[in-house]
Design a protein around this ligand. Structure first.
Ligand code: HEM
Ligand SMILES: *[C@@H]1O[C@H](CO)[C@@H](O)[C@H](O)[C@H]1NC(C)=O
Ligand SMILES: *[C@@H]1O[C@H](CO)[C@@H](O)[C@H](O)[C@H]1NC(C)=O
Ligand SMILES: *[C@@H]1O[C@H](CO)[C@@H](O)[C@H](O)[C@H]1NC(C)=O
Ligand SMILES: *[C@@H]1O[C@H](CO)[C@@H](O)[C@H](O)[C@H]1NC(C)=O
Ligand SMILES: *[C@@H]1O[C@H](CO)[C@@H](O)[C@H](O)[C@H]1NC(C)=O
Ligand SMILES: *[C@@H]1O[C@H](CO)[C@@H](O)[C@H](O)[C@H]1NC(C)=O
Ligand SMILES: *[C@@H]1O[C@H](CO)[C@@H](O)[C@H](O)[C@H]1NC(C)=O
Ligand SMILES: CC(=O)N[C@H]1CO[C@H](CO)[C@@H](O)[C@@H]1O
Length: 323
């Protein structure tokens, strides 16, 4: 028996509407907050112009948001008396730049009260911050909703730690539907920004528990890093791409190819054939535009991880507090 045409059309429309409500859209706020992107960029610019080192911090914050319960702004939530939030987890202790998100949210609320999610604001701020230091620009489709859960234990288990090897990193990214190529491309973020000595102490001083250092790192670089980070110094800061840590270039790949990547996770990219090939290509010849193009594509994918859309979640009034 043939399905009447009208019924078929109705079914298709329903399916289409449903599918559509699940996906993000470039013009999501066209009617509800037309000047959103201008407000976000202008407010972000006031911070980045006086403190460009916030750009890497904001990029990392977006990554930490997306890898834990999807890009739902859960990284922004403060702990309360009855909840230990993602912010309190060890990998989050070095996150910076929450004041930028709060200022942008306030500016957006003044124009478009109660309409724009903190998850979308973070995705836009990360993009604009990177773009404002002359890094790549990528489109940010919008319509994310804010989550109501932020759990420090989840952050600890979902975020890849700096001591992961390539198998573990690939699995961590695959769990978010990101490919091996996304892994090597997004690791290129480490061309900007800084790390704390605590992130490499064991790599320098106690790699296998016998007071040794990681043999996969260039010994001259180990020696240089030891001069910067004493065994008990947790707080000093080191640039991941020394000398150009605020320039979004391809240096990361030549650093990794010279076995001078700061973390084991950086060095691990030499131990998988796909990631190693990418590192070698981008370290031997200038392919900056191909890296930036790959980076933009992978950022768009990362920004779509497990997003809440439609009527899921909420539009938080204050980014650090669940409504
Ligand atoms: C592949 C797995 C990754 C690992 C294991 C990792 C690990 C780390 C660690 C340990 C730090 C230093 C934290 C500190 O000591 O203060 C760091 C910094 C940073 N990471 Fe990653 N990361 C990874 C992937 C990513 C991705 C996918 C992005 C962005 C899309 C990213 C962006 C950054 C940035 C920009 C910084 C510098 C932050 C600042 O200057 O404040 N990382 N990462
Ligand atoms: C963001 O603001 C900066 C500085 O005001 C400006 O140069 C840039 O063109 C703006 N970007 C966008 C996409 O509007
Ligand atoms: C959230 O915590 C930060 C840092 O501890 C603090 O500055 C901010 O005021 C808190 N937000 C609220 C709404 O209490
Ligand atoms: C946690 O405390 C807040 C008030 O501070 C309350 O609104 C919320 O329901 C509590 N949540 C749980 C799970 O007890
Ligand atoms: C936080 O997540 C962990 C790991 O998934 C889970 O065991 C724990 O019950 C969660 N805590 C809360 C308060 O939901
Ligand atoms: C990474 O570590 C895991 C667990 O220790 C191990 O099973 C795997 O073989 C390691 N992978 C590589 C490439 O060393
Ligand atoms: C990965 O893709 C599968 C199939 O489309 C989907 O069911 C799953 O929710 C996705 N996982 C994430 C973390 O996006
Ligand atoms: C080195 O690692 C071993 C094994 O994990 C540990 O017992 C020892 O206390 C560490 N030494 C230092 C100086 O941290
Ligand atoms: C950014 C942030 O909230 N960092 C916190 C991480 O957790 C430690 C305690 O575990 C806090 O002291 C930091 O303020």
């Amino acid at each position: 028996m043939a399905i009447p045409k009208l019924v078929l059309v109705c079914i298709l429309l329903l399916v289409f509407r449903h599918a559509n409500s699940q996906s993000l859209k470039a013009n999501f706020y066209r009617r509800t907050c037309p000047s959103l992107e201008t407000i976000v960029n202008a407010t972000t610019a006031t911070f980045i112009s006086s403190a460009p080192s916030l750009a890497p911090a904001l990029l990392r914050m977006h990554f930490h948001d997306c890898f834990v319960r999807g890009c739902d702004g859960s990284v922004l939530i403060n702990s309360t008396s009855n909840n230990t939030a993602e912010k309190a987890a060890i990998p989050n202790q070095s996150l910076r730049g929450f004041q930028v998100i709060d200022a942008v949210k306030s500016a957006v609320e003044r124009q478009c009260p109660g309409r724009v999610s903190c998850a979308d604001i973070l995705a836009l701020v990360a993009r604009d911050a990177v773009s404002l230091i002359n890094g790549p620009f990528w489109p940010v489709p919008l319509g994310r909703r804010d989550g109501r859960v932020s759990n420090s234990t989840e952050a600890l288990f979902q975020l890849p730690p700096p001591f992961f090897n390539s198998t573990q990193l690939i699995a961590s990214f695959a769990a978010k539907n990101l490919t091996v190529k996304d892994l090597v491309v997004l690791s290129g973020s480490h061309t900007i920004g800084v790390a704390h000595c605590s992130s490499i102490t064991s790599r320098l001083y106690n790699f296998t528990g016998r007071g040794d250092s990681d043999p996969s790192m260039d010994p001259n670089y180990v020696a240089a890093l030891k001069r910067r980070c004493s065994p008990t110094d947790a707080n000093s800061i080191i640039q991941m791409d020394p000398g150009s840590s605020q320039v979004f270039d391809e240096d990361y790949y030549s650093i990794v190819s010279k076995r001078r990547g700061l973390f084991q996770s950086d060095g691990a990219l030499l131990t998988n054939s796909v990631t190693n090939a990418y590192v070698q290509q981008h370290s031997t010849s200038s392919r900056l535009s191909s890296f930036l193009n790959d980076f933009s594509k992978s950022m768009v994918k990362m920004g779509k991880i497990e997003v809440l859309t439609g009527s899921a979640g909420e539009i938080r009034r204050v980014c650090s507090v669940i409504n």
